[in-house]
Structures are given as structure tokens and as C-alpha cells.
Write a new protein. Structure first.
Length: 177
């Protein structure tokens, strides 16, 4: 089935594009949601008009979301979890957990469906992308530590305090001779 997209559809195309999709996808999702119309000759004549309106809408949305993208870009989240000796987690860090942590840390309203990352099942550093708009996709870093190792990780990240050198009295006497 050929459809004309009325709105931007993730992983399919931008508004005004004509795409060939599976019949069920078009009939059961795109058409009822108002994301597309059948690509009839009358609808194809309006493709340029739809494309222009969508471009204007996209510019306004990018301006609004630009501030949020700057806040999110480079955010580092830390999670602790129980893990085996090989570094494999007992469970996983899900997109819902990541969304909750972002919303708490930055004070935004990010939905779990906007986060592009596979469920995290190993210790270490992972990257995730937040899909705000088609054009704005900031990247965040997710660190996963073993439960109980957080203090060691925090101590490694902080600079070590400089301790004054202690001279014992016996060493002073030997140095004087």
C-alpha cells in the first residue's frame, strides 16, 4: 500500500513523503492515527503543501526542544545493581529506570519510549540516545556499578587527600648524628 505521510513517523519518513508500507501497518496504524493518508492522485497534489507545513512545525518544535537538548547532552547517570563475578547483572537497567533518573536529575518530562538503548545487562559504561525530535537526539552516559562498589568508584573519582609526612622521633635522632 502506498501512503502519503501527514506527520513525521519515526523510522519511516518525514511529512510529505510517499512510502510503500505493509497493508496491515497502513490500515491498522498509520491511517487511524492520522499519520498518513492513501497516496491518491488528489492527495499527491497536496504533498508540497504538507511538506511546507511540516517543515515550519519542525522548526518551531526544534527551537522549543533545543534548551532541553542542551540540558540532556552529556548527562551522566549512575546505577547500582547486583551482578555476578563475570559482570553480568541479575536483572537489567531498563528504559523506564533511565527515564525516571533523567526526570529526577534534570527536571524534564522524558518518556521511556524516547530513549534508544537496549536493556543494559552488564557492568560498565553505556551510551543512550534521547529522541526529542527527528533532528534533536542528545546522547547521555550511563554507568552501572556493582552493588557495594559505589564507595570505591566515588573514591577513585575524587582526588586523593594529601597526607603530611610523619617523621618518627627515632628517625630524627639518627638523622642528627
Amino acid at each position: 500500500m502506498k501512503v502519503l505521510l501527514i506527520k513525521d513517523v519515526y523510522k519511516l519518513g518525514r511529512a510529505g513523503d510517499v512510502r510503500r508500507v505493509a497493508d496491515g501497518y497502513g490500515r491498522n496504524f498509520l491511517l487511524p492515527q492520522g499519520l498518513a493518508v492513501l497516496a491518491t492522485p488528489g492527495a499527491l497534489k497536496q504533498a508540497d503543501h504538507i511538506r511546507a507545513k511540516a517543515e515550519a512545525r519542525r522548526v518551531v518544535l526544534n527551537n522549543e526542544m533545543g534548551g532541553i537538548a542542551k540540558l540532556l547532552d552529556g548527562v551522566v547517570l549512575s546505577f547500582t545493581s547486583k551482578a555476578g563475578e563475570t559482570g553480568k547483572l541479575y536483572g537489567s537497567i531498563t528504559t523506564q529506570m533511565i527515564a525516571d533518573a533523567i526526570n529526577e536529575k534534570v527536571g524534564t518530562r522524558i518518556d521511556r519510549r524516547q530513549i534508544e538503548v537496549q536493556p543494559i545487562r552488564t557492568l560498565g559504561e553505556h551510551k543512550a540516545h534521547i529522541r526529542l525530535t527527528v533532528d534533536l537526539i542528545p546522547e547521555i552516559t550511563i554507568n552501572v556499578y556493582r552493588e557495594g562498589d559505589v564507595r570505591r568508584q566515588a573514591a577513585a573519582a575524587a582526588p586523593a587527600p594529601v597526607e603530611p609526612e610523619v617523621v618518627e622521633p627515632e628517625a630524627e635522632e639518627e638523622a642528627a648524628e
